[in-house]
Ligand binder design. Structure first.
Ligand SMILES: Cc1cc2nc3c(=O)[nH]c(=O)nc-3n(C[C@H](O)[C@H](O)[C@H](O)COP(=O)(O)OP(=O)(O)OC[C@H]3O[C@@H](n4cnc5c(N)ncnc54)[C@H](O)[C@@H]3O)c2cc1C
Length: 501
């Protein structure tokens, strides 16, 4: 039996960031990862010499002085990451039923550009941008420790009782503008009935501040953190799936058990996996049924179907922006697709690679897919799902490619090969229930019910990752500070980050 001071379950971004912070602080850290590859959603895979990201496409706020740049200095990432800035005047192109709108970087630029499309709506647009900046300020306040004493978790961001859809509708009666302002809702799997404004606000604020692609894929984040954790004496074990958190005589967690039976002891345990899954693996009297019931009943965000296209050499221009397509005027409607019209919309981009600048080597396109469509194969595992599943994937890929061909005529003839992933792929690679794209669904109607604190009732079991606070690189990074703050002191950690800047 090995003895460690901190055992972290899951090597997603949250697990790695916690591993980095704590190993730097002298804790003996061991990270246990069920897969062959570290990184969770940061994992990449290679086909036909092309690197494909599975869950990381672009990040925001990485310019000098901006929040992620500031935070990533502490993690040694700002200095090492290879980034490509997206087009200043169009980091995203929104195509709503064939009308196209550019999202530019910079708040003034954004206000002016969107006003050009809607000249009589300047005041509403300005008000919207001011609101994003106000929400964005809560990030800076958090990092400068200016939040009200006593506020914890995501409450530090405020605006979590406000609903995004209602807020945007309150700004203007112009239906088209309402939809343009809400067009990045796939970045939080937005449901108009539940999407909290802080979620929309932080994500849009961060990307409008500045938008960047990770050259050759998001795995570079995982690789840099892994190297640093190892330099600090930490260990990362792959192919090490945790099947149980076992309490000791004092009811705290004493050790975890891996699927091969190995036991690993620790003083503290941090779970970077979905909270519902964490509870399934934890049999402790300290976790009250009411807490378990609440966590298990939280709805998960919808899943996705991804298309990974290898392009013929030098045939398709690299696009230094992301493309969001909506077949209908209502950008909130894509999730509730009917199988007859699927896909009703999608996001597509050409990854940035160090090898090619002018032409794209590959394309990643993503659209929503409900887990219910997978029920027939739900008890199968990777590579063993049978022919019918393969045929279903092929049929979906054809529908998706035919849809893309309508917006990019001729693209079909430029495809050398393609690969796909379904909600089952996401479920089995990241361990999220039903292949949920961003973990639990936050609800503005009842935010406290979807509010998960890093501390649990088991004194030495903490949680981290996308479900704790916010998903995405920014959200998970903030979440890792909240989690580790519980062990080493939040103010102390903020000071360390400040000193590193
Ligand atoms: C399709 C997609 C696109 C995205 N695009 C972006 C984007 O452009 N920008 C952005 O900022 N964010 C994006 N995100 C979100 C972002 O990737 C995630 O929020 C973040 O990486 C999640 O990190 P995490 O640490 O919470 O968990 P995860 O990445 O889910 O990691 C959890 C890890 O735990 C492991 N694990 C699970 N169970 C066990 C077990 N029992 N024992 C051991 N290990 C276990 C898993 O294998 C996995 O490695 C995207 C996500 C997806 C799915």
């Amino acid at each position: 039996m090995k003895k460690n001071s901190v055992v972290i379950v899951g090597s997603g971004l949250g697990g790695l960031l916690c591993g980095y912070i704590l190993s730097k602080e002298g804790y003996e850290v061991i990270i246990l990862e069920k897969n062959n590859q570290i990184g969770g959603c940061l994992q990449t895979f290679v086909r036909n010499n092309c690197v494909f990201d599975t869950g990381m496409h672009y990040i925001g706020s990485m310019d000098n002085g901006q929040p992620l740049n500031y935070l990533f200095k502490y993690f040694g990432l700002t200095q090492k990451l290879r980034l490509k800035r997206l087009d200043l005047n169009a980091f995203d192109i929104i195509d709503i039923a064939d009308s196209k709108y550019a999202y530019p970087q910079g708040f003034n630029n954004f206000t002016e550009t969107i006003t050009k499309y809607f000249p009589s709506e300047h005041d509403a647009i300005k008000k919207y941008v001011n609101k994003l900046q106000e929400i964005g300020l809560s990030l800076t306040d958090l990092l400068e420790n200016k939040v009200k004493p006593g506020t914890t978790g995501m409450a530090r961001f405020g605006h979590f009782y406000e609903n995004t859809y209602e807020y945007i509708c309150s700004l203007t009666n112009n239906y088209r503008l309402q939809n343009v302002l809400a067009a990045l809702n796939p970045l939080y799997a937005g449901d108009p009935k539940t999407a909290p404004l802080y979620l929309h606000g932080i994500i849009n604020y961060s990307l409008i501040q500045s938008s960047w692609r990770l050259v050759d894929g998001g795995a570079q984040i995982a690789n840099i953190l892994t190297e640093e954790i190892k330099n600090n004496g930490g260990k990362i074990l792959i192919k090490s799936e945790v099947k149980e958190f076992v309490p000791g005589a004092d009811k705290s967690i004493h050790h975890v058990v891996l699927t091969d039976g190995e036991k690993i002891e620790g003083k503290y345990f941090i779970s970077d996996i979905n909270p519902s899954k964490t509870l399934e693996l934890t049999n402790s009297e300290l976790l009250r049924n009411i807490y378990k019931k609440r966590i298990h009943s939280i709805e998960q965000t919808i899943s996705v179907f991804s298309l990974y296209i290898v392009l013929k050499k030098n045939e398709f221009q690299y696009m230094n922006y992301n493309y969001y397509r909506y077949n209908n005027q209502n950008v909130w409607g894509v999730q509730t697709y009917s199988p007859d019209t699927w896909p009703d919309g999608y996001m597509l981009y050409t990854p940035a690679t160090s090898a090619s600048q002018e032409y794209a080597e590959n394309i990643i396109a993503i659209t929503y897919m409900k887990y219910d469509e997978m029920l027939k194969w739900e008890h199968t595992t990777i590579e063993k799902r049978g022919n019918e599943y393969k045929m279903m994937k092929e049929q979906k890929a054809n529908l998706f490619i035919n849809q893309i061909e309508k917006q990019f005529p001729g693209i079909k003839s430029k495809i050398k090969a393609y690969y796909t992933s379904t909600p089952l792929t996401y479920r089995d690679y990241t361990g999220t229930p039903k292949g949920s794209v961003y973990g639990i669904k936050k609800d503005s109607n009842n935010p406290l019910s979807t509010f998960i604190l890093p501390r649990t009732k088991i004194p030495n079991l903490l949680m981290t990752g996308q479900n704790i606070n916010l998903h995405g690189v920014m959200g998970v990074t903030l979440g890792s500070l909240l989690t580790c703050g519980e062990l080493i002191g939040f103010n102390y950690l903020l000071k360390k980050i400040h000193d590193a800047s």
